[in-house]
Design a protein around this ligand. Structure first.
Ligand code: NAD
Length: 256
């Protein structure tokens, strides 16, 4: 029987890239995200790769909706074998002006939702003695940058939670790992490039070179497919001993 994966935030960016590679490899996919064409994306990929797909636009700010999202995955696909906590948002501001509502929203979506989704998936994974939880953290889960107080806090939190889940999951063949990418060219980052270009009066190319990729030794965006292939390895049946780890795909940023 094919395995099923729930990927939060999979109707855009990194999540969509991960979903596509998992579908190519025969996984049934529960798509999730707020994009208006989410259902269409799910059905097109399902048809293209001949796998079962579902779609939900559950709001990750709502813990009950996250529980329902996990139950819907089991109802529609028959099980939840792999959970990829990928959805996330960003907001950049000096701490003194950082709006409290944005701080709380980032902590809720980028960190608390990882806890609620893992908790909801737990009984299913424990019962079937198989589970793979993959958290998309960030290089900001192990390094800081100024003006990103909420994001850096949430992403560090996710790395900590990853380790706890790995320890608790070990007796049940539930593994948990975090992937920590550097900059990836997705809508989340394209918006930042535009904002920074305006703020610093630079061209978008100058922003990419002088600001965004400044801390990466390799001056290239991290390809989405590289992240997706890493997730595929972590989800594999044979990957029982890879757990509690953070995998940095950051062009050498954290080597310094
Ligand atoms: P993206 O903006 O392309 O996609 C984010 C997804 O999350 C979308 O599908 C969106 O609908 C969903 N989402 C946002 N708020 C939600 C909410 N309240 N309820 C339900 N869904 C919600 O972003 P991306 O760049 O693909 O980022 C994906 C993950 O990768 C995030 O966790 C991000 O922090 C992380 N990341 C991104 C980069 C990068 O450079 N792009 C680098 C490191 C880590």
């Amino acid at each position: 029987m094919s395995k099923s994966v729930l990927i939060t935030g999979s109707t855009s960016g990194i999540g969509l890239g991960i979903a596509t590679i998992f579908a190519k490899n025969g996984y049934d996919i529960m798509f999730h995200g707020l994009e208006a064409n989410g259902a269409e994306i799910a059905s097109e990929i399902g048809k293209k790769y001949k796998v079962k797909t579902g779609y939900s636009n559950a709001n990750l700010l709502d813990s009950a909706a996250i529980g329902q999202l996990v139950e819907d995955t089991v109802l529609q696909l028959g099980s939840i074998d792999v959970l990829i906590n990928n959805a996330g948002i960003q907001y950049v501001s000096p701490i003194e002006d950082f709006p409290n509502e944005m701080y709380e929203k980032i902590i809720a979506i980028n960190m608390n939702a990882v806890f609620y989704a893992g908790k909801a998936a737990w009984k299913h994974m424990k019962e079937q003695k198989f589970g793979r939880i993959i958290n998309i953290s960030s290089v900001h889960g192990i390094r800081a940058s100024e003006f990103k107080s909420a994001y850096v806090t949430a992403k560090h939190g996710v790395v900590g939670m990853t380790k706890v889940i790995a320890l608790e999951g070990a007796p049940y063949n539930i593994t948990c790992n975090a992937i920590c990418p550097g900059y990836v060219k997705t809508p989340l980052v394209e918006n930042q490039i535009k904002d920074q270009a305006k703020a610093h009066k630079l061209s978008e190319d100058e922003v990419i070179e002088k600001i965004m990729l400044k801390k990466q030794a390799v001056k290239e965006f991290i390809p989405i497919d590289t992240i997706a292939e890493m997730a595929l390895l972590l989800a594999a049946e044979h990957a029982t001993t890879i757990t509690g780890s953070t995998f940095t795909l950051d062009g050498g940023w954290s080597a310094q």
